[in-house]
Design a protein around this ligand. Structure first.
Ligand code: NAD
Length: 506
């Protein structure tokens, strides 16, 4: 019997996972699924057209009009059922994430676990979509807020979290009474087909309206109506700052609501008092994990001059021992980059950093794993003498810049001197330093951690960042408010009509 090639194995595993999730490929051509594990093309499918997008908006809007009248706790049944289906299909969904993104097994399973977690969160939330009651200044009056479903929510997702970020948005939007249209990354159609098929099943089994969720494998041009159509109340877009700069103004031009989750340039300050063993582990996971392809990946370390040499040496040593390879293999900690362009951008950034006076301490070279069409690299560490333009940009690869500081004020200034504001951390055992970093004069990011790295957020907190990261918040805390509209109600239960601010009108 002929030996199965890596390509055959990936194809077989992808087909098995799709079948198990009940996902059928849209028949036709125009869209290709590929795997960064060996760089091969796996499956062809039909790309949706602008007309399909137009039709999907109409169907989703009709479904919304029904769904918004279903009581929120009853809507919770849908995410409850979906969470169970995710638990049952966790292995297969994780397979698809590994095949399309190259995440190692444990991280791919973690991504699906995050989906299960948000379904549980959303189920609880379905009984807690609360509004406030405020004292009215007028006698015999009551003032309160009510929250209503917003409408159709378009979710545009990035390749590196092909399932979890969509589910953060979708689970919340569904209990909030919205319908959802999903435009996934061009790089991850199979994962989205499987996630959507399971959600369709949950919709059918719980009697929710047909068309409540729709998946569109349409490119950015053909899906433009999602940005422009007034029936799409909220556009939640995750991706690069470049994408946000295009999507944000376009949605704003029609006064639509955008939730933008864009690039990060995340750093850790390592103080003299830091537990260096802890810092080392936190930095290596955040900088090299997921092959540096998380929005929260650590891209910069700002280390005190007293610890910098030792820290750099230890990171370099840890990097040299990190197993780089096929993400399905036990023991692999660093999988492939998504494609050739990502590899070229990493090399270009290293060259620019060296030109700006940086020293490449370790890594950056390609590692041969499975042929010329796949791109595996050893994570790189570059010591930078000072800030420079290349450090201010997000390079979506395992490339870590290390800079030094003498006083905490300098460290915070260096830390904040980038356009992005997603995630940040400080390693210190000095409470004054930790509190200063978390204070208004400290980190300017949406996520501010102490003694853990920049990546690996839990779903309970609101996730997102400031400045060019886009300002959006998703997932936990009160992020649900982004998927609803607020009404302020004043109720007069007296027989008088007093006016606010003491105005007298005859
Ligand atoms: P990308 O910007 O290339 O694409 C993201 C998505 O936006 C894709 O679905 C793409 O088709 C779509 N898109 C791009 N331009 C568009 C346009 N003009 N109109 C409509 N849709 C458009 O990003 P990527 O390479 O897939 O993902 C990596 C980037 O995403 C990184 O910058 C990373 O930091 C960021 N990211 C951010 C978060 C976050 O929560 N802040 C999470 C994950 C990824």
């Amino acid at each position: 019997m002929a030996r199965m090639t890596l390509h055959d194995t990936l194809l077989d595993r992808a087909r098995t996972a799709l079948d198990a999730c009940g996902a059928a490929l849209p028949e036709g051509t125009g869209w290709t699924a590929r795997s960064p594990i060996d760089g091969s093309s796996l499956l062809e499918m039909k790309a949706h057209t602008a007309a399909d997008v137009e039709a999907a908006i109409g169907t989703a809007h009709a479904a919304f009009l029904q769904w918004r009248t279903v009581p929120a706790p009853v809507r919770g049944n849908l995410v409850k059922r979906y969470g169970r289906l995710l638990e049952e299909h966790k292995e297969q969904l994780a397979d698809l994430v590994t095949i399309e993104v190259g995440k190692i097994r444990s991280e791919a399973l973690g991504e699906i676990q995050e989906m299960i977690d948000i379904c549980e969160f959303a189920l609880g939330l379905s009984r807690q979509l609360e509004g406030r009651t405020m004292p009215s200044e007028r006698p015999g009056h009551r003032l309160m807020e009510t929250w209503h479903p917003a409408g159709v929510v378009a979710v545009i997702s990035a390749f590196n979290f092909p399932a979890a970020v969509w589910s953060w948005n979708t689970a919340l939007a569904l209990v909030c009474g919205d319908s959802v249209i999903w435009k996934p990354s061009e790089l991850t159609p199979l994962t989205s087909l499987a996630c959507a098929a399971l959600l369709d099943r949950a919709i059918a089994e719980t009697g929710a309206p047909v068309g409540l969720h729709q998946l569109l494998l349409a490119d950015r041009d053909d899906s433009a109506a999602l940005l422009d159509d007034k029936r799409v109340a909220v556009v939640s877009a995750t991706g690069s700052e470049r994408m946000g700069a295009q999507v944000g103004p376009r949605v704003a031009a029609r006064f639509g609501k955008a939730i933008l989750e864009l690039g990060g340039n995340n750093a850790a300050i390592v103080a003299p008092s830091a537990d260096l063993d802890l810092a080392l582990r936190g930095i290596v996971f955040a900088a090299a994990g997921t092959a540096g392809q998380r929005c929260t990946s650590m891209r910069r370390v700002v280390a005190h001059t007293s610890v910098a040499d030792q820290l750099v040496e230890r990171i370099a040593r840890a990097y040299s021992g990190l197993p780089v390879g096929n993400p399905f293999d036990d023991g692999t900690l660093v999988g492939p980059l998504i494609n050739a362009a990502a590899y070229e951008r990493m090399q270009a950034s290293i060259a620019r950093a060296v030109e700006a006076g940086g020293v490449l301490v370790a890594g950056g070279e390609r590692v041969e794993v499975s042929g010329p069409d796949s791109y595996y690299v050893r994570p790189a560490i570059v010591r930078m003498p000072a800030q420079s333009d290349v450090v201010r940009e997000e390079t979506f690869a395992p490339l870590l810049y290390v800079m030094t500081y003498d006083g905490l004020d300098d460290a915070i200034a260096i830390h904040n001197d980038v356009p992005q504001g997603l995630s940040s951390s400080i390693f210190t055992l000095d409470q004054r330093e930790a509190e200063t970093f978390m204070s208004a004069a400290g980190s300017d990011c949406g996520i501010v951690n102490v003694n853990i790295g920049t990546s690996g957020a839990e779903i309970g907190g609101a996730f997102g960042g400031e400045t060019t990261t886009g300002g959006g918040r998703e997932s936990g805390s009160d992020a649900w408010r982004g998927y609803m509209r607020r009404a302020t109600n004043t109720i007069n239960y007296s027989d008088q009509l007093p006016l606010a601010q003491g105005v007298n009108f005859g």
